[in-house]
Design a protein around this ligand. Structure first.
Ligand SMILES: Nc1ncnc2c1ncn2[C@@H]1O[C@H](COP(=O)(O)OP(=O)(O)O)[C@@H](O)[C@H]1O
Ligand SMILES: [Mg+2]
Length: 498
């Protein structure tokens, strides 16, 4: 199916010419004039791109852009030649791209194509966001993917460092070879070295067999050295050698091993600071920092939050098989304003837990945990280094556990519900006297019917219940039971209740 492009009719002359050119280029187009048109068009079938031909200073344009933005649909705006600050206007409005008028229809088509490629790239890599920072990131990834130079990715925990490293690998000519991530902070020095470079049989106590290291396993592929700032000094020296001539020795080995591995290093701590503190070798820093990517924290690109929230809700509602309507506007506002020290990871985990835990099939403000509601913009979040790391990991663990628990409880409940009717069938629950005891334990629920009872037993129990209800008044009991008083007397005798 051809991609559909929405074109606003603010500037009809441009709209008509662009429409024709896009159709010639094989796109399906719709000319739209009102905001309702736009909403309808979005509901029927999500467009691939929106072209705004004018009216960029009007509120309507801002609303339209916000609508597209939240659905990760790129927007292209045509700006008047007289506009004093086109870049500023585009940024403020959240346009993905802009062109000056009069716009050449062929250029509009090529820009739309570029935006669609970018969108396909985002789908492929899973990197979401319409903010300028994310759009610039995507350009960088496209530029860095084809070469083999070392990349240093810097950003707070949860900003997507691993996502970016994988994207670079997946778009590179190495994509068919392995991508291997090693966390340099997780292992003590000797284990880390053996993990990275492997060891020979008998290299140390416990080294019963030769073991290949991650560098060998990643040959012709990519290795991600996560939390590289935590690498012990001795390992830093060895890494430097690998980066210089791509050779190393297995622990306990004498044969140099040569590999073709692209290195992507990532760090949550600014590496330059670690160098200044003498914790990290500066020669290694320069070797790693050939290409550089900085991932801004989520609080510096809040405009991406609604889009991320929407996507994560969809993802987890589908994953957990839940009917979920979405999020109420005031709840979304709280999320947009929150501090997010754990960045996208924290947001994603929170959405998952709320999709599972929120009782109403929609996220309401009250469903948002208090620390998120109170950790908004007004309170600067100053968590650094280890504290943040640990807090993030612990929180993640707690979230996971909660979500798992809730799902397990639901599963249990479902199974119980499936089985319950086979054991007990309750036709009425009241203050009825328990039936003739079946065992020494008092019956857990006053019931009028259990498997194995005859009609007579039921009748007997019903009469007992009615008598209890009327405190022994037989006339009233007969009335309750809908039988004549005489019939009741007969039955009382019959069941030896009199
Ligand atoms: N821009 C983004 N779009 C979509 N998901 C993201 C984005 N950034 C991070 N995530 C998600 O957040 C989580 C943490 O990302 P990750 O790459 O492991 O972070 P880091 O390595 O920086 O700690 C992952 O589930 C990842 O998919
Ligand atoms: Mg990580």
């Amino acid at each position: 199916m051809a991609d559909r492009i929405l074109i606003t009719g603010d500037d009809l002359e441009h709209a008509v010419r662009i429409n024709a050119q896009l159709e010639t280029a094989g796109f399906e187009t719709s000319l739209i004039t009102t905001l309702d048109d736009v909403r309808g068009a979005f509901e029927r079938r999500e467009p691939a791109c929106v072209v705004l031909t004018g009216g960029l200073h009007e509120d309507r344009a801002r609303q339209l852009i916000a609508l597209a933005h939240d659905r990760a649909v790129p927007t292209l705006g045509l700006v008047e030649a007289t506009e004093p600050d086109a870049t500023g206007l585009a940024h403020r409005n959240g346009l993905t791209a802009w062109l000056e008028k009069p716009a050449d229809p062929a250029e509009v088509v090529s820009t739309v194509r570029r935006l669609l490629e970018r969108r396909a790239l985002q789908r492929r890599t899973g990197i979401m966001g319409e903010s300028p920072a994310i759009q610039e990131l995507l350009v960088k990834i496209e530029q860095m993917a084809p070469v083999s130079s070392t990349v240093l990715v810097e950003g707070e925990s949860g900003t997507g460092e691993e996502l970016v490293a994988r994207a670079i690998h997946d778009l590179s000519p190495r994509r068919a070879a392995p991508f291997i991530a090693v966390n340099c902070a997780a292992l003590p020095e000797t284990l880390l070295e053996s993990e990275l470079f492997g060891h020979e049989k008998g290299a140390f106590t416990g080294a019963a067999e030769r073991r290949l290291g991650r560098f060998e396993l990643a040959d012709t592929g990519t290795i991600m050295l996560d939390e590289v700032a935590e690498m012990p000094p001795a390992t830093q020296v060895k890494l430097l050698r690998v980066l210089e001539d791509r050779t190393f020795f297995r622990v306990g080995g004498t044969q140099p091993i040569k590999v073709d591995v692209r290195v992507i290093a990532a760090t949550n701590k600014p590496l330059k600071e670690a160098v200044a503190l003498g914790e990290f070798r500066d020669d290694l820093f320069y070797r790693l920092n050939v290409l550089n990517i900085y991932l801004p924290p989520l609080r510096e690109r809040r405009e991406d939050i609604p889009l991320l929230v929407r996507r994560f809700i969809g993802e987890f509602a589908a994953a957990h098989g839940r009917k979920f309507r979405g999020i109420e506007p005031d709840a979304l506002q709280i999320l947009v304003d929150a501090g997010w020290p754990g960045n996208v990871r924290q947001l994603r985990n929170l959405i998952e837990s709320m999709v599972v835990l929120a009782p109403e099939g929609a996220i309401r403000a009250a469903d948002i945990p208090r620390d998120i509601r109170e950790g908004g913009r007004s309170l600067p979040v100053r968590l650094v280094g280890h504290t943040r790391e640990v807090a993030g990991q612990e929180l993640e663990f707690i979230f996971r556990t909660l979500v798992e628990l809730k799902l397990q409880v639901e599963e249990l409940r479902r199974r119980l519900d499936e089985r319950r009717p086979q054991h007990v069938e309750v036709i009425e629950v009241g203050r009825a006297t328990p039936l003739a005891p079946m065992d020494a334990e008092p019956a857990p629920e006053p019931v009028l019917y259990r498997t194995g009872m005859t009609m007579a037993d039921v009748e007997r129990a019903a009469i007992q219940a009615a008598l209890r209800e009327t405190k022994g008044n037989r006339r009233k009991a007969a009335e309750l039971l809908g039988i004549g008083e005489r019939t009741l007397y007969r039955k009382l005798k019959e069941y030896a209740l009199a």
